[in-house]
Design a protein around this ligand. Structure first.
Ligand code: TYD
Length: 143
């Protein structure tokens, strides 16, 4: 896994082209996000009070965008934690590999768009927090 920290994760301002007929935001892989976009998925109809996420990834990069409504993301690198609130469709949270994340406090009708650097691979997930902590403590890679 990666020795990454929560300080490697950041909120990126995306383009916003607007006129009286509305706005458009464009995301291009390897251009305004630092990875190729291989997969897109979105969370919606999340019942009030529910949490999503609750895992880490070994290699996956993601950009998370609140395309509608708002929610919060807890980031945890095994040592430090921070909470980011996403609420504007022209801002995205970059999450690097090796970060535990939890998504919560979804507003009614919110949509969480996720741009991901690889196709779905269950073996890339770490779903157990103690295992995540151990992997972070024992990791010696530089990425
Ligand atoms: P998961 O990533 O655990 O959801 P979340 O982090 O939002 O709580 O995925 C939920 C289920 O959906 C799980 O059974 C795996 C499946 N899934 C796919 O088959 N492909 C995908 O690209 C994703 C993201 C999930």
């Amino acid at each position: 896994m990666s020795r990454s920290s929560i300080y490697d994760c950041s909120v990126i301002q995306l383009s916003k082209i607007h006129n009286r007929a509305g706005n458009i935001t464009i995301v291009e892989g390897n251009n305004n996000v630092p990875f190729p976009i291989k997969r897109i998925y979105y969370l919606y109809d999340v019942p009030g009070g529910e949490n999503r996420g609750g895992h880490g990834h070994k290699k996956l990069y993601q950009l998370i965008v609140a395309t509608s409504g708002s929610f919060k993301v807890l980031l945890d690198d095994g040592k430090n934690k921070k909470i980011v609130r996403l609420y504007q469709p022209n801002y995205g949270l970059l999450i690097v590999p090796g970060i535990w994340r939890e998504l919560f406090e979804f507003s009614s009708g919110s949509v969480c768009l996720v741009l991901a650097s690889t196709i779905y691979d269950e073996s890339d997930y770490i779903r157990d927090y103690s295992e995540f902590k151990l992997l972070k403590e024992n990791d010696t890679s530089n990425s």
